[in-house]
Write a protein that binds this ligand. Sequence first.
Ligand SMILES: NC(=O)c1ccc[n+]([C@@H]2O[C@H](COP(=O)([O-])OP(=O)(O)OC[C@H]3O[C@@H](n4cnc5c(N)ncnc54)[C@H](O)[C@@H]3O)[C@@H](O)[C@H]2O)c1
Ligand SMILES: O=P(O)(O)OC[C@H]1O[C@H](O[C@H]2[C@H](O)[C@@H](O)[C@@H](O)O[C@@H]2CO)[C@H](O)[C@@H](O)[C@@H]1O
Ligand SMILES: [Mn+2]
Length: 441
Amino acid sequence: MKKQNLVIVGGGSTYTIGMIMSLIAEKKNFPLNSITFYDNDEKRQEKVAKATSIILDEYYPELESFHYTTDKETAFTGIDIAFIQIRTGGLQMRELDEQIPLKYGVVGQETCGPGGMAYGLRSIRDMIELVYDIKKYSKDAWILNYTNPAAIVAEALKREFPQDPKLLNICDMPIAIMHSFATMLNKNIWDLVPSYFGLNHFGWFTKIEDSEGNDLTQIIKDTIMGEGFVPTDQEIANDQSWQQTFEQARKMLIDFPEFLPNTYLQYYLYPDDLAKKESLTNTRARQVINGREKRITELCNQIIQDKSTKNVELHVDIHGVYMVKAAASLVYNLKQTYIVMVENNGIISNIPDDAMVEVPALLTASGPKPFSVGKIPTFYKGLIENQFAYEKLVADAYFENSYTKALQALTLNRTVVHVPTAKAILDDLIEANKGYWPELQ
Ligand SMILES: NC(=O)c1ccc[n+]([C@@H]2O[C@H](COP(=O)([O-])OP(=O)(O)OC[C@H]3O[C@@H](n4cnc5c(N)ncnc54)[C@H](O)[C@@H]3O)[C@@H](O)[C@H]2O)c1
Ligand SMILES: O=P(O)(O)OC[C@H]1O[C@H](O[C@H]2[C@H](O)[C@@H](O)[C@@H](O)O[C@@H]2CO)[C@H](O)[C@@H](O)[C@@H]1O
Ligand SMILES: [Mn+2]
């Protein structure tokens, strides 16, 4: 097994320590020669990198080298694979993305609705630049992106880098939901076989089987409708916001019992209820700043102060393990099945070919090989086509510098609809995103 040279772009991310623990847990399946961090915020990255260096000394002594840098040439030369996890504008801009729509009574969310559009218009430029730069210094490297809003980033990257089998967008939400299914069923998560279709943060499980082919879907539905649904991955199990989000699955299933919903659908199916529950001074960004970000900063400080991990609790989360296992399947041609984003091209036969759909695919050394889904029922087709039109219009707005396309996008979005509201939110977002967005005319 050839050992891999990995760069983590966005080394200062709150997910990096979890990713490092996953790389350690999976070192037999995804052996590494080197890890490099790249970030454009030297200070933020340095703290995480110093703690990482201590963790790696303790748990990965056989690793040849670990470096961190803010220089792209140093970071991207000689690498086999890049994981990208950046947040253009940081959690501060996420807070504005959530607060601005909320001021107008519209859901304030990281990847859904106007907040998602705002974040998308910031992410696209950095993501395109990073992919070009990685390819410049390591033209054959795999690029695994999970930067959000992944649906919009995937649409933009597909246009800029068409048909690139080594560039893959991936999300952890389906596997986090499957984690809860596995716990509920008392089964090993990796033995569950999902049938799933949709767009990123906008999809449904049509079936869950075990490795022997037993259909477990009805048991899962009955349990959720009877007892509710809870997050079980350690990272989110005790988080009140995620508990409330998972609980909404029961409501969605009672209203639409056909398929098991991705939890993100709550924002599109009950937008007004969710907006009413949100608080301008405590949107999710503020909770993350006071929660995950603070916890990771304290954890790094403790490790650095002790020069050891003896006084901290480190754990492997499903987010990191999923990305690492998927990467291993790609580079070692393991042909394992993961839910990823790919260009439709007939997979879902009655929606547009150019949609970036999220479906199960075999991950192989020549890229993802998605399974066919076939025709989907009218309700889901209607929802997906509307959402895909919104995503396309956001990418159009970016590439064409078009105010009109951005306004059309927001008007189509199920969380907005009302044109004057769309206009007011868009104008506020333009003001807040000066320097991040293209100039819309
Ligand atoms: N796809 C998924 O399911 C999934 C799951 C978890 C997180 N995410 C995404 O991962 C990303 C990181 O999330 P976070 O909460 O840890 O954010 P964060 O702000 O803590 O970390 C992001 C890091 O990226 C750096 N950065 C920003 N722009 C950069 C650029 N152009 N080049 C290099 N570095 C840059 C920042 O300095 C920061 O250190 C976000 O996009 C988030 O939405 C996606
Ligand atoms: O609101 P946040 O920042 O806590 O989470 C937003 C992300 O939520 C989903 O991902 C993960 C989560 O980040 C992680 O900690 C994991 O253990 O559980 C969540 C559910 O899968 C979502 O898929 C991401 O795209 C969001 O960024
Ligand atoms: Mn996601």
